[in-house]
Design a binder for this molecule. Structure first.
Ligand code: HEC
Length: 103
């Protein structure tokens, strides 16, 4: 093992780990949105939600916030609101970015 690697190997590894953690936390990472969508939304909206695929991120975020803020939703919308209340604004954005990127 070269001496320089011995000396700096741990520092390099730490930097890579930090970078990976950063990507994971980013609301603009479609992989985070995909995971959330598949866990929380797909059961009702299907794997390829025709009305949402490729829609504007801002519009999707707005609609999710509208549902989240509804006063007395009923039926499935009430269920969706329950799901949304467990999801942060950052995660809502991540889901919207994922849906926007779908074709
Ligand atoms: C229990 C079923 C259910 C779950 C779970 C659910 N939704 Fe919905 N969602 C609905 C229903 C029902 C509507 C209202 C549909 C309508 O009026 O066209 C809706 C509406 C929406 C709309 C507005 C669509 C539009 O065109 O106005 C968006 C965006 C949306 N859901 C995204 C999501 C996302 C993202 C998740 C996951 C965090 C989610 N939904 C989870 C049932 C669900």
């Amino acid at each position: 093992m070269p001496a320089t690697w011995k000396k700096y190997g741990w520092a390099v590894a730490a930097i890579f780990l930090l970078a990976a953690a950063q990507v994971h936390a980013s609301s603009n990472n479609p992989l985070v949105g995909e995971k959330l969508y598949k866990e929380s939304c797909m059961a009702c909206h299907t794997e390829e939600p025709a009305g949402m695929m490729g829609a504007s991120t801002a519009l999707l975020v707005e609609r999710m916030h509208t549902v989240k803020a509804m006063k007395a939703p009923e039926g499935k919308v009430a269920h969706m609101q329950k799901v949304l209340k467990r999801i942060s604004d950052q995660e809502i954005t991540a889901i919207a970015v994922y849906l926007n990127g779908m074709r």
